[in-house]
Design a protein around this ligand. Structure first.
Ligand SMILES: [Zn+2]
Length: 402
């Protein structure tokens, strides 16, 4: 593989802008980032035509897209999902499961291993996120209540022993056994996150001390301030905001209204907030009837108004967002700078998933994962590991005369 030089763009590193900068890629790695054009004999040249050039977006919580769900149990589903999301700027993602029986989770882990070997046309995989099944029934949202249970060491030890690809696990910290579970995850180097929880501050504080460092889709399926008799208690939301936890936000513009996006950004800033799609299979598809979870035993849902809902419309059932929409919404709905919005979709999720040594910034030595987009965050080109895997075609790729 030779050199690829991208010129005439505004680079977003994402800690600063480099206007008129040049970035040189070689063998899947960023070889150099320059303030001006540089001579690279023999390099292929891509003209960014004045567009933005940013690190590829990293989605650490996503279930599906393009009509497929990671729980479908097929390699095809995994590959179609990463292909779909790459078209919208995602260069790596964490496939996420739903609450399910153990057998289904193990099958999904098997499928992941197979898909990983053949993934060369979409976003790359960062490992698996198990969302559930250890959740609070009262905060289940669209998670299937039949499968919700307390952490059981016999069960989770078997799952942990089964796969070395689990990088994240979401659970409700107030459940019996959840603290021990968090400690075990920390010991294994797996990110523990609080989710679908009715916890109060004391629960979250203890969880934080014992390994839970991230709040899964803050505000969604999570307790706020409650009253017991006359006394008020801070819920999971306030606790996550108060403690030095990382948070992730579904910024599809529907799950959370602009004031809440602004509030979280004001308190947590770009360093502790990761934008996630939490997308289900209907992302990138026409609206209408769909299924949340696997085709065989998932829940029927309705996609309308740009979001998936349970059929009785009592709850959202996942988003249909794409990562470029997340960034656009933070800029347009929450008045966040483009620099910080991109950071929340790149450097911050990379750090949360402990892949920041390789990903999340335009810096020499890191993986050549890039996106090129216009001022409205429409994606023109997506590059994963130095390979152009998506381009709208208006960017010309020619070999430079030596
Ligand atoms: Zn989810």
């Amino acid at each position: 593989m030779g050199f690829l030089k991208i010129t005439n763009g505004t680079l977003i590193t994402p800690f600063r802008y480099i206007r008129g900068g040049t970035i040189v890629l070689q063998d899947g790695v960023i070889q150099g980032v320059h303030e001006r054009d540089v001579d690279v004999p023999g390099a292929a040249v891509m003209d960014a035509q004045g567009k933005f050039v940013a690190p590829g977006f990293i989605d650490i919580h996503v279930h599906g897209g393009g009509g497929y769900d990671f729980m479908d149990g097929t390699e095809e589903a995994f590959l179609k999902i990463v292909e779909l999301h790459a078209q919208y700027g995602t260069t790596s993602l964490v496939p996420t499961t739903l609450t399910a029986e153990k057998a289904d989770l193990l099958r999904t882990l098997d499928t992941y291993e197979k898909a990983k070997l053949n993934n060369n046309r979409g976003a790359s995989f960062l490992g698996i996120h198990l969302e559930g099944p250890y959740f609070s029934l009262s905060q289940r949202g669209a998670q299937d209540p039949r499968y919700i249970r307390n952490p059981d060491p016999t069960e989770y030890e078997e799952i942990l022993a089964y796969s070395s690809s689990i990088v994240r696990w979401s659970a409700a910290p107030e459940l019996e056994g959840a603290i021990q579970f968090g400690r075990r995850l920390r010991e294994k180097g797996i990110l523990a996150a609080i989710a679908h929880t009715d916890a109060v501050y004391a629960d979250v504080l203890e969880a934080y001390e014992n390994g839970y460092t991230l709040a899964t889709h803050l505000y969604s399926a999570m307790s706020g301030v409650t009253r017991r008799n006359a006394f008020r208690y801070a819920g999971a939301i306030e606790s996550a905001l108060l403690l030095d936890m990382d948070v992730e936000l579904i910024t599809d513009g529907i799950h959370l209204p602009p004031p809440l996006l602004k509030l979280v950004y004001k308190i947590k800033g770009a360093d502790r907030t990761a934008l996630i799609t939490d997308a289900m299979r209907a992302a990138g598809m026409p609206e209408g009837e769909s299924i949340l979870g696997s085709r065989t035993n998932g829940l029927p849902v309705l996609v309308e108004d740009g979001v998936a809902k349970l059929l009785d419309r009592s709850s959202f059932a996942g988003s249909v967002a794409t990562t470029n929409q997340l960034v656009r919404n933070m800029v347009q709905l929450a008045d966040v700078s483009l620099l910080d919005a991109v950071r929340m979709a790149s450097a911050t999720p990379a750090r949360i998933m402990s892949v920041d040594a390789r990903k999340g910034a335009l810096v020499a030595g890191k993986d050549a994962d890039l996106v090129i987009f216009d001022e409205n965050i429409n994606i023109a080109t997506t590059i994963v590991n130095g390979q152009i895997i998506y381009t709208k075609g208006q960017i010309v790729n020619t070999v430079q005369a030596i």
